[in-house]
Design a protein around this ligand. Structure first.
Ligand SMILES: [Zn+2]
Ligand SMILES: [Zn+2]
Length: 215
């Protein structure tokens, strides 16, 4: 279902008030969107919500849509704040823009890359998707820091998590880039790994900032 961004915002506000805070409904006036805005008609037209005496109620499909919307929002927050290290107001803004792109299976890819997180950076729950249940069932641990790899284990690099741009550049110069294969050769006293035909040594602090998926 393709909804406008405002309609999605309404569903998110409803999800928080009703599903997380236990209210039975939310007042149209409290949403922060002009009650005359067409997004309300959009939601009632799709039979997602019901408006009675200025109160918004979920209909069955609306609740499911709200769940998916809040999931995308909180996954976007994780991606923007943890992986791209954009925090504060800018992080919030970017997450709001980004969540609308996480559709058609992109959300499960992002979810797998982030290791199926259960909470957003603010500690709020992320409703699990099919990918999360499947990963749990198959014991797939998803993306792990390089420090979880043993010697002779190979992985595919998912992302680098560091706020230090010098370190980032150093790692990138070694070929530590998303999608590249990395072979761990030694884990003590330092981490030695191979990417392509080159071998590099780094300390465990740096190894902790490289995230890869075992292959
Ligand atoms: Zn959050
Ligand atoms: Zn997942």
């Amino acid at each position: 279902m393709k909804l406008s961004e405002k309609a999605e915002e309404i569903l998110e506000a409803m999800w928080i008030a009703i599903e997380e805070e236990g209210a039975h409904f939310i007042e149209v006036e409290k949403i922060g969107i002009d009650p005359a805005d067409p997004s309300f008609k959009e939601l009632t037209g799709h039979a997602l919500v019901e408006i009675r005496e200025g109160h918004l109620y979920f209909r069955q499909d609306g609740k499911e849509e709200g769940r998916k919307t809040i999931r995308r929002h909180r996954l976007a927050e994780r991606l923007i704040m943890d992986v791209l290290s954009i925090r504060g107001e800018e992080g919030d803004e970017k997450a709001c823009e980004f969540e609308h792109l996480l559709k058609k299976g992109v959300d499960s890819k992002v979810c797998a890359m982030l290791n199926h997180p259960s909470t957003c950076p603010h500690g709020k729950p992320i409703p699990p998707g099919d990918c999360c249940y499947e990963a749990r069932k198959s014991g797939d641990l998803g993306v792990l820091p390089l420090t979880e790899f043993k010697a002779n284990e190979e992985g595919e690099i998912a992302f680098i998590q560091t706020e230090d741009s010098k370190k980032m550049q150093k790692l990138m110069a070694m070929g530590v880039l998303p999608g590249n294969r990395i072979m761990v050769l030694q884990t003590f006293p330092s981490y030695i790994f191979r990417i392509g035909f080159s071998e590099f040594a780094i300390d465990s602090y740096m190894a902790r900032e490289i995230f890869a998926r075992r292959i």
